[in-house]
Design a binder for this molecule. Sequence first.
Ligand SMILES: *[C@@H]1O[C@H](CO)[C@@H](O)[C@H](O)[C@H]1NC(C)=O
Ligand SMILES: *[C@@H]1O[C@H](CO)[C@@H](O)[C@H](O)[C@H]1NC(C)=O
Ligand SMILES: *[C@@H]1O[C@H](CO)[C@@H](O)[C@H](O)[C@H]1NC(C)=O
Ligand SMILES: *[C@@H]1O[C@H](CO)[C@@H](O)[C@H](O)[C@H]1NC(C)=O
Ligand SMILES: *[C@@H]1O[C@H](CO)[C@@H](O)[C@H](O)[C@H]1NC(C)=O
Length: 243
Amino acid sequence: MEIKFMSTLLLCLLWMSAASSPLQPDHHKARRFSGGANESVTVTINLQQSVSTIGPHFVGVTIDSRRVWERWDSLDFTSKKVQNMARALTPTYFRLGGTMADAMTYVLGSATDLPESTVALNHSKFNMTEDQWVTVNEFSRTVGWDFIMDLNALKRNADGSWNPDNARQLLQFSADRNYTIAGFELGNEYESYQSVFNTTLSPGQLSKDMVTLQSLLAEFPQYYSAFIVGPESGDGDPAHFRG
Ligand SMILES: *[C@@H]1O[C@H](CO)[C@@H](O)[C@H](O)[C@H]1NC(C)=O
Ligand SMILES: *[C@@H]1O[C@H](CO)[C@@H](O)[C@H](O)[C@H]1NC(C)=O
Ligand SMILES: *[C@@H]1O[C@H](CO)[C@@H](O)[C@H](O)[C@H]1NC(C)=O
Ligand SMILES: *[C@@H]1O[C@H](CO)[C@@H](O)[C@H](O)[C@H]1NC(C)=O
Ligand SMILES: *[C@@H]1O[C@H](CO)[C@@H](O)[C@H](O)[C@H]1NC(C)=O
């Protein structure tokens, strides 16, 4: 996420709340416009009744995992301005994720060298340091965002199954510090694995990996009831939705 985007979003929200009240008493409004096929259509909007109500967490923010690789680029988590704008968006889900989540190793405290099983074709593998993890969690806690972590799905055992060892180190470290993590993802946009990482992840294997992730979360009272979101898709590839 760019902060530019965040302030634009904030303006949009302010604009929406200003523009949407109060509801006009003439509840049925009809407008005429020309459709794509030169066909005139009438749209009627009933402002008296809603079809459904969305929850308070309707705003979501992602900071791309690429920013970890870039050592946050120009993003300054300690800036009061950034923190105030972020706080104004609550309640909101905040996801650290994206393509490079699947190339990221977590190097924490006394962690020793880890077996590297990630195949990175277009992206080099990289480490997220303990400092970076602390920064992102402290920020999330300070501004009251509900954090979702996208875990590296390409940490693989020789038999192709997901290897949760590095994720376990991350969770142990986080549990020791009482970090609240609302939810977890496993990997990002599986349909692009071939072009980006020269590998594939079948829906069948992924569902087994999700069970492994669930067992991993169950090892930690703090994360036992965290939710798991997925499957991840950038283009709506139906394979992983049938899995
Ligand atoms: C709409 O009508 C115009 C003028 O008759 C025509 O040039 C255009 O191709 C039409 N567009 C579509 C999408 O049918
Ligand atoms: C990641 O950290 C490990 C362990 O500290 C180190 O051996 C490795 O060189 C690091 N990799 C990169 C790409 O910095
Ligand atoms: C975490 O929470 C426990 C129980 O509330 C508390 O005893 C402990 O000191 C906390 N640890 C840290 C690092 O904040
Ligand atoms: C990855 O690199 C290959 C070879 O250079 C290229 O054909 C492919 O488009 C790249 N994929 C992405 C997602 O950038
Ligand atoms: C992609 O993976 C295949 C099979 O594992 C391997 O033969 C090939 O060299 C890899 N391609 C690249 C560009 O790494």
